[in-house]
Structure formats: C-alpha cells, structure tokens
Write a protein that binds this ligand. Sequence first.
Ligand code: SF4
Length: 247
Amino acid sequence: MSKTDTQIEQPVILDELLEEHPPSSLDKIVEHTCPDFLPGETNLTSAYSALHSAVQGRIIVNLQLALNNLRITGESPRDGYSLDGTAGIEINDKKAEIHDEQHTLEIAIIEVKTGNIKPFQAAAYAYREGVPVLTAELQTGNVHYLDQEMSSTFLNEFVDHQRDLNQLGELEKRIPGKFQCRNCALTSCPHNRDDTYSHENVLRDKSEIFDNVSSVSDKLVKEIRDIIEEMGYEIDVTAGMEGGIDV
Ligand code: SF4
C-alpha cells in the first residue's frame, strides 16, 4: 500500500489505531524491527516512576506559579471568544487552560519526560485532543512542541510500520536487535538474550534532572504564551498578585 492510500483512509485508520493501542505504547511498538517480538514482563525498578512523579510535580507547581500573574484579554478570530482581562491560565491535570467565568479554553497538554521523549505518544494526544502537546525533556532541558497538524505525520508512520512488520511476518523474516531481543519473551528464538542490566545507580545517575526544573518551567511558560498569542489574544502581566512570580 502506498503512502497516498494510507492518507486517503487516514481518519478512520488513525481513530482505529488509537482505540487499539494506548498512546503510551506507540513509541515502543514503532521501535521494534522484529515481527515476532513478544513483550515480556519488565522488571523495572520503581526509582524511575518515583523520579518521574517527583519531577512532574515540581514542574507543574512551578508552572502554575509562573502563570499565576498572567491575564488574557482580546479576541480570538480562530475561537470567536472575547476575553476582558479577567481570564487567567490554569493547569488542570496535565492541560494548560484559559479560564474565566464563562469560558474554558484548552491551550496545550504538558508532558514531562525524565527519560526519552515519546513523539508518537505526543502525536496521539495532539490528534485526539486537538491541542498542541509540549513535551518537557528534563535530561536536556528542552521543550518540544507538537501540534495536531504534525501529529498525522507520526501516526501515519506508525500505521505504515505496522503494515511493514506484518509483511515481514508473512515472509517469516525476523530482525534481531540487541535491546529488543533482551526484552523479548520468545525464549525459543535463538536470538533471545537473558542478560539483564543493573538499575542500582538510577538515583545517582538521574538526580541531575532536578537541575532543569526551573529552566524547563520557564520554557513551558514561553511556549504557552506563544500559543495564546497565536490564537489572537493579548497577555497582560499583573504584578504583585498573590502567589505570582515574575516571568
Ligand atoms: S528474540 Fe529477537 S529475533 Fe527473536 S523473536 Fe524476539 S525480537 Fe525477534
């Protein structure tokens, strides 16, 4: 099937894709090169999820503090709303939203990653929710932007990769890979590896991610401001508001 064929059926295929696979699974699937890869039990230390939760908490609270003294005014030609300056920006779970008494406008989804970023997961969120995703990569301090328009590129690649893997499977062709075979549960395969790696130094190796909390929060604020201005609104900084910090 050509790329054009895939794109013609895109909305149906992508909707089915997201029903079948949770967004968090997409990046793992697309990195596999072997059609017979069998996911096994992963015995990951809880240190990763503990660090992730802590850093995410630090980012979300820093972000809300930084957004607290911003007020939104003006009209958005795109959304058709008129805001009078009483609207502020609030973090609701992982979404940044504009709130006033009459309106709730979703601005962006905030994803925090202490390890590798997941562009296919971000694409799934952007496609499904219809708002950009800002992925904060704590290891480097970068913030990555992915919007609904870009999302179909990633999701179509996912669909194509699954098609190609199925074709390899029909040819009974396996492609081994160092990490893939180590995590594969198909022990009858001659390529299977049972060597494990140590997670004992995770806290020492990863603790520097906290160094980037402040700069990542600042970059998220800038991205959120840019998105709001692109929507057509203006942003006023209200100095001296309780709980607010300068941005
Ligand atoms: S061990 Fe490697 S080559 Fe064998 S089935 Fe699993 S992923 Fe494929």
